[in-house]
Ligand binder design. Structure first.
Ligand code: KG4
Ligand code: ZN
Length: 363
């Protein structure tokens, strides 16, 4: 059976990246026709964190030129688009509002439906589908395997705002098995990095420093790993690092910074891995998925790869270019959501600061 190609414009503005993409699905391939990401990292480095109003103003400034660029690059006209996929939550309210307002406006002007997407579904799909052509980011294409080859899947999503274990029964069918009770893994990395005097954003800086340190030098806690649930908590670990640093003289601290970074990273990765192991022992999975900003962490990628091979599981880790926020992942979800009729008219689209990944599920 052949179907008409779907062409989706995707918009992501939930935090500090303004991202747009155009993807086309034809049979079992999804091609990226254009993609652009404008990062605000340099702006937020000045304040050491994201100020929501500043992020929103930046989205407003760069969204229109980026939109023009991706549409031109895609070689499609507004009448060719099947829909506009947009991140409707979770995220920073003023930031989400910019992308959602743009999607509503285009939907009204072009008479095309909006496809609401949950940010975490995007991260899942950034890893779920195998890349079939991996030249430059913009020329990437993804293969859509038969559902029975990839589901059920277990996803570990680790980002600046989220730490989630999600069971995926089929496309767009999720069950949250565990989540963080306080800080997300990326947030813990960022706060630890700040304590160690590293530059923003701290995750990558901390893991670079950790490469020169001894991961067994300090025995930091592995929070909640003895408890019989799949939730995470990283604030105690952060406090343990704080007290360790406080008890060190400045001279000593300078000599053990890399050891502290390596031991902290080890504690986070151990904690994540233990919970994944417990989840696998409880819920059958054919495929293990790792995605989100922290999935760029080298140690985590290595350890998850080892775990998948121990359990004889298929594994998909998001390519480094798709670990951070981007609109390709929103477009990928958009193609599946369009197919099952997850469509809204412009008057009905709204954004949600907090929302469950199951909120958009179409029964
Ligand atoms: O997914 P993402 O780009 O934004 C959110 O949706 O939150 O994730 C950003 C997070 C930041 O906390 C950043 O420090 C962390 O991912 N991160 C890393 C690494 N690269 C990015 N954490 C640890 N190691 C890394 N290599
Ligand atoms: Zn994200």
């Amino acid at each position: 059976m052949t179907t008409n190609p779907l062409v989706i414009l995707a918009i992501e503005t939930s935090c500090d990246e303004t991202a747009l993409a155009v993807v086309r699905k034809h049979q079992n391939t999804i091609e990226v026709l254009a993609s652009a990401v404008a990062s605000q990292v340099d702006i937020h480095a000045l304040t050491g964190g994201v100020v929501p109003e500043v992020a929103a103003r930046e989205h407003v400034t760069v969204l229109r030129p980026l939109l023009q660029r991706v549409i031109e690059k895609s070689n499609f006209q507004p009448q060719d688009f099947s829909g506009i996929a947009v991140t409707v939550g979770p995220g920073l309210p003023p930031a989400l509002a910019v992308g959602v307002t743009a999607a509503r406006t285009l939907s009204f002007a072009w008479r095309k439906p909006v496809i609401p997407v949950h940010h975490i579904e995007g991260h899942i799909y950034s890893a779920l589908l195998p890349v079939v052509s991996n030249t430059r980011n913009e020329n990437t294409a993804f293969h859509i395997p038969a559902s029975k080859e990839i589901f059920p899947a277990l996803a570990l999503i680790v980002s600046g705002g989220h730490t989630l274990l999600i069971h995926i029964a089929d496309h767009l069918r999720y069950t949250v098995l565990g989540s963080t009770r306080d800080d997300a893994a990326g947030e813990a990395f960022d706060k630890a990095a700040r304590m160690l005097g590293l530059s923003y954003p701290g995750g990558p800086a901390l893991s670079r420093l950790a490469q020169q340190g001894n991961p067994a030098a300090y025995d930091f806690p592995r929070p909640m790993t003895k408890e019989d649930n799949l939730d995470f908590s990283f604030s105690g670990l952060k406090t343990a690092l704080y007290y360790t640093i406080r008890n060190l003289s400045e001279e000593k601290l300078a000599t053990v910074k890399a050891d502290l970074a390596a031991s902290f990273e080890q504690a986070i990765v151990d904690t994540l891995l233990r919970k994944v192991s417990v989840a696998l022992s409880r819920t059958p999975a054919r495929l293990l998925v790792l995605a989100g900003g922290v999935a760029a962490n080298h140690k985590l990628r290595t350890r998850v790869t080892e775990l998948a091979s121990q359990h004889a599981l298929h594994l998909r880790i998001a390519p480094l270019s798709l670990c951070g926020d981007n609109a390709i992942m929103i477009g990928l979800v958009g193609t599946f959501a369009h197919t099952v009729g997850r469509l809204q008219t412009w008057e009905h689209v709204d954004f949600h600061t907090r929302m469950s990944i199951t909120a958009l599920e179409k029964r």
